[in-house]
Write a protein that binds this ligand. Structure first.
Ligand code: GLA
Length: 732
């Protein structure tokens, strides 16, 4: 090492060491304590339930200190969050605290621990942000390269959290297309539990970038200390929980650095996505409520705005789009009380028609052979019926069979010198979002659509392919490893530009179903399509898992046909409605194929949903009985903030003669309030025993209500499903 630099750095650290600082970041119910002594590595001392002021000093002096952000080089034997290669090839980094600042960024309090390497001009800023009125703290890092040459980032996680060993269980989601959001709960064992994604474009079909840690044994929905962590990122991620030989589990979460070494020029700053942390002693539902409240208030687009009840054309007509068909669907949903009609795939194409999934993506002009009046005719048809109009696009993609690809073969993700791999339909390709020309094109797709049809209220934004081969024809040879990150920066930039121009537009994130359920993209989207699987029974499981991290207002949940198009299961309409009504209600069916009786049931359900919509979409979720427990029933409820209203859902998940189901106790009510019970969507010949009666919140939470296991129906209507939706209203 250069002697002069060494002496200078010694002087610098000696001068700084004088000032010691304890940072206490707190939310109404949580505290995070970091020691940031000048000239030393910052240390994380505590994260958990809010500390009483009187305890802080004692906790600080007795806590087991961990690095607040472990860095590779002078610490080589444990997992680290950051590892770099300096321009001279040196691989060690030791950022020491230079100062602490407290700012307000976009109205939110941010505390930053500024660090600088002991020797090299590399700065690392460790940020913590709180969100007033919520119990979420997020953390992220900025790395600034002050070196003359390139600094290469080999690992660049967003955050680190040590978690005291004990009987700690992790809850996480896994799955695949049409089976998203499956809940897995398992105890942490020695070794690394890794949750990761490599899709490139969408990241939540398989694993999810969010986890919960139940600190005190098997996860419980209503009780027990629980930590939640959500990486707010739409791209490849890696969440590691390393259980080493110490007393701690080590959680490190961030962008997946696999095949993604990042080269930084002099003066460049690399900012990681934030890792949102929360803590609740009210179990996994408590952590969910924390995420939901924070998500609605600060993250989700229009988290304070009620969502419209819609009909989407996909499962009703698939690619068979034509003007009379669309107009008939507009009529049908309007007549059932719906508020929005969404025309799905199949409406566009010029030289190549979009009659199946193998052509025309990228050619976003209306196919006037199908829709002679274009989109304006449909917008005005909707307008005449007093509803809104929405449209499907998949703007980040193209097909080999398209005018766009003919014109711009270099716009797709493709390994230089090879033919690209194709996806859906045997011809689909992903556009290279790292290319600014492609970004402009994608913005223009939305811009043109909106300029020509300002009446469009809603866009379903799809993404049906991941990055399957590595290569950008735009990025230079020495930046090929930037593809995954720059692709996402490109997408986010596009989303920001679209949102700046169309702040009121409702946009759904769809990605072959639930491929884009993450807090990285949701600031630009109002909701996501939970899954292409609309089977109500499987949805009970998928929506249960998804609700761990995402609020009902964001979870698009549609009534579809029977037999179901994915599982071929025949489920009665009542059950399909009851499941869809626990999320953002919509329909995805051909109304022409429904009987008048079925339409009438939907009409009544839509009217009722409008009444309970504020509670479902803005209320607090209490998961009561998990379908994963295999007890034959699943149950959950939403409770309004003031606890004056609630909605209770009960779904039987299996049918056996003379079976014994648990009686489900309610939660989240005011024990001292009295609630009147009204059953919604009743199909039974006789009302429930509790219909119209009042019970104290205490009784309902101590005992729950007795729910009959079957419906009282005429013989020819009997079936093996049962479900109930009860509305609870506080009476004065
Ligand atoms: C994806 C979506 C579906 C539908 C089709 C259209 O699969 O998830 O909802 O929009 O594309 O091609």
């Amino acid at each position: 090492m250069d002697k002069r630099i060494f002496i200078l750095s010694l002087i610098a650290s000696a001068g700084l060491a004088a000032s010691a600082e304890t940072i206490n970041i707190s939310t109404p119910a949580t505290s995070l304590i970091v020691r940031a002594d000048r000239g030393a590595e910052p240390e994380l001392l505590y994260y958990g339930a809010r500390l009483a002021d009187a305890d802080v000093d004692a906790v600080v002096s007795t806590a087991k200190a961990h690095p607040a952000y472990p860095v590779y080089g002078m610490r080589t034997q444990s997992e680290t969050a950051l590892s770099v290669r300096h321009a001279d090839g040196n691989m060690a980094l030791r950022p020491l605290v230079t100062s602490v600042s407290r700012d307000s960024v976009d109205g939110l309090p941010v505390t930053t621990v500024h660090m600088r390497d002991q020797i090299y001009p590399v700065e690392v800023n460790l940020n913590y942000r709180t969100y007033p009125g919520t119990d979420v703290i997020d953390t992220w890092v900025d790395v600034v390269n002050g070196e003359k040459g390139e600094l290469v980032l080999d690992r660049y996680a967003s955050g680190y959290l040590p978690v005291r060993r004990g009987d700690v269980w992790v809850s996480h989601l896994y799955g695949s297309w049409a089976n998203e959001g499956r809940l897995m709960q398992e105890p942490l064992q020695p070794g690394i539990k890794r949750i990761k994604n490599n899709d490139g474009a969408r990241n939540s079909h398989t694993a999810h970038a969010e986890i919960m840690l139940s600190l005190d044994g098997r996860p419980n929905e209503l009780h027990g200390p629980t930590i939640g962590a959500a990486l707010c990122y739409g791209g490849n991620y890696r969440i590691d929980i390393d259980t080493d030989d110490s007393e701690y589990h080590h959680l490190i979460a961030g962008i997946n650095e696999a095949n993604s070494a990042y080269h930084m020029r002099r003066g460049e700053t690399f900012t990681t996505p934030p890792l949102a942390l929360t803590y609740s002693d009210e179990g996994t539902s408590g952590v969910s409520r924390n995420f939901h409240r924070w998500g609605r208030k600060y993250k989700l687009a229009h988290g304070d705005r009620e969502r419209k009840i819609l009909l989407n054309s996909w499962e009703g007509v698939y690619f068979d789009i034509n003007e009379p068909g669309m107009t008939a669907m507009i009529d049908d949903i309007a007549s059932m009380g719906g508020e929005l009609f969404v025309m799905d795939d199949g409406w566009f194409g010029g030289k190549y028609q979009r009659n199946s999934d193998n052509a025309a993506l990228g050619d976003w002009t209306v196919d006037t052979r199908k829709l002679p009046g274009g989109v304006p005719a449909l917008v005005s048809a909707a307008d005449k019926r007093g509803i809104k109009f929405g449209i499907w696009i998949e703007p980040e993609m193209t097909n080999t069979v398209s005018e766009l690809y003919e014109k711009h073969p270099d716009w797709v993700v493709c390994p230089p010198g090879r033919d690209p791999l194709t996806g859906r339909g045997g011809t689909q390709l992903v556009l290279d979002m790292s290319n600014p020309e492609v970004q402009d094109f994608v913005v223009k797709v939305v811009d043109d659509l909106m300029t020509e049809n300002p009446g469009i209220d809603y866009i379903k934004w799809d993404a049906n392919m991941g990055i399957q081969n590595h290569g950008s024809l735009y990025l230079p040879a020495d930046r090929q490893s930037h593809l995954y990150i720059d692709w996402h920066r490109g997408l986010e930039d596009v989303c920001r530009r679209i949102r700046a121009k169309y702040p009121d537009l409702t946009i759904q994130a769809c990605a072959s179903g639930g491929g884009r359920a993450n807090w990285g993209v949701l600031p630009y989207f109002d909701e996501f399509w939970v899954s292409d699987n609309t089977d109500a029974l499987q949805r009970v499981y998928m929506q249960w898992g998804t609700s761990y991290f995402f609020p009902a207002i964001a979870m698009a949940s549609h009534i579809s046909a029977a037999p179901n198009h994915q599982t071929f299961r025949t489920i009665p309409l009542k059950y399909r409605i009851d499941v869809a009504m626990s999320g953002r209600l919509g329909m995805e069916i051909q109304p022409r194929n429904m009987t008048d009786e079925e339409k009438d049931l939907c009409r009544r359900a839509i009217a009722r949903y409008k009444e309970i919509r504020p509670v479902v979409q803005f209320g607090d979720l209490y998961r009561l009985q998990s379908p994963y427990d295999g007890r034959g029933v699943a149950s959950l409820m939403y409770v309004a903030d003031d606890k004056d209203e609630a909605v209770f859902y009960w779904y039987k998940t299996e049918e056996f003669v003379n079976q014994h189901l648990p009686r489900v106790r309610m939660a989240g009510l005011d024990p001292d309030k009295t609630y009147r019970i009204t059953e919604l969507n009743r199909v039974d010949n006789t009302p429930l025993d509790c219909e119209g009666l009042t019970f104290s919140g205490k009784y309902l939470m101590d005992n729950g209500l007795e729910i009959p296991y079957t419906h009282d129906l005429d013989y020819h209507k009997l079936n093996d499903y049962a479900s109930r939706v009860l509305r609870l209203e506080a009476v004065r």
